[in-house]
Design a protein around this ligand. Structure first.
Ligand SMILES: Nc1ncnc2c1ncn2[C@@H]1O[C@H](COP(=O)(O)OP(=O)(O)OP(=O)(O)O)[C@@H](O)[C@H]1O
Length: 280
């Protein structure tokens, strides 16, 4: 194991001890540590940079779950997304057992779970990009989808992406560019540059994906770990955008490994086989 891998292992071990000190059950402790490990693997970041100290992160998760229990429920808007009894197999392997999720206008749902448990599969089914084996998805309104990776066109400029997506949403070229640039600016990115998507950094490509997903203010936003590669400041801003979109009445589904945001979401769908809800 590399030195970095060993120090991440030590960090995860310390996190487990801290969570136990906060009196989390072994189930929840195991779950939080597994989610943190998955995030480190996916993001390639060292633990200290991604999460801060184990003590701090354990305290943030504890506070998150405690304040989730304290929060009064806000009045719900209309149902924007209803996924009912979704199942999916790849070959002989069952990835999704019957899965339900209902998200109202003005709500955020987090989809969590171990690597490979079917989070992206579920989101792609909700986006209409993949057919379930059984069950149905109803979407009321305009839908925006941000994939975990891919989704951009190597030889197009960012603005050409905006024009393409904008055309599908009924905007002319000028308006599409304006909306795209505006969305990019909120992520501290100047999208007017002359750089093809293939030459953008991974984090900037994800910003491009996020701007495309949110262009034209869709009613339903499906975001599959859209912040991979974001620096810490942009990552924190991302969640501020999520709360703003929610307050504007959008229905949002976010795939995430990061449980310290769960205090503010309305639903948690845990797809880990045999898992129960961590918070809701
Ligand atoms: N087209 C496919 N054909 C066969 N197996 C697939 C296909 N797409 C995904 N899988 C498998 O299905 C399982 C679920 O994949 P999925 O990408 O939905 O998981 P995930 O929870 O999003 O994972 P991660 O946390 O790593 O992003 C994985 O084992 C994956 O290898």
């Amino acid at each position: 194991m590399t030195e970095r891998g060993m120090s991440d292992q030590r960090w995860l071990h310390a996190l487990g001890q801290e969570l136990a000190r906060h009196r989390f059950t072994p189930d929840v402790t195991h779950h939080v540590v597994a989610e943190a490990a998955a995030h480190l693997r996916d993001s390639g970041q060292p633990a200290l940079r991604a999460f801060g100290t184990p003590e701090g992160y354990a305290a943030a998760v504890a506070e998150s779950l405690a304040s989730q229990r304290r929060q009064p429920r806000r009045p719900r808007g209309r149902v924007r997304l209803r996924a009912s009894q979704i199942t999916k197999r790849y070959g002989r392997r069952t990835v999704l057992k019957p899965t339900d999720l209902t998200v109202h206008a003005g709500e955020v749902a987090a989809v969590v779970g171990a690597n490979g448990c079917g989070k992206s599969t579920f989101l792609r089914i909700c986006a209409g990009l993949l057919s379930p084996d059984s069950g149905e998805v109803l979407v009321d309104g305009l839908l925006g989808y941000c994939p975990q990776e891919g989704g951009t066109y190597d030889f197009l400029l960012p603005e050409e992406h905006f024009v393409l997506v904008g055309a599908g949403r009924g905007f002319d070229r000028g308006r599409s560019r304006q909306l795209g640039r505006g969305g990019a600016a909120t992520l501290h990115w100047d999208a007017a540059g002359d750089v093809q998507a293939r030459h953008l950094s991974g984090g900037t490509r994800q910003k491009l994906n996020l701007v495309m997903a949110t262009l034209g203010d869709p009613d339903v936003l499906l975001l599959d770990e859209p912040y991979q590669g974001f620096d810490r400041g942009t990552y924190l801003d991302f969640w501020q955008h999520v709360w703003r979109w929610r307050d504007e009445g959008r229905a949002i589904v976010v795939v995430t490994h990061l449980l310290n945001q769960l205090d503010q979401v309305d639903h948690v769908l845990d797809l880990t086989p045999g898992a129960r809800e961590v918070a809701a």
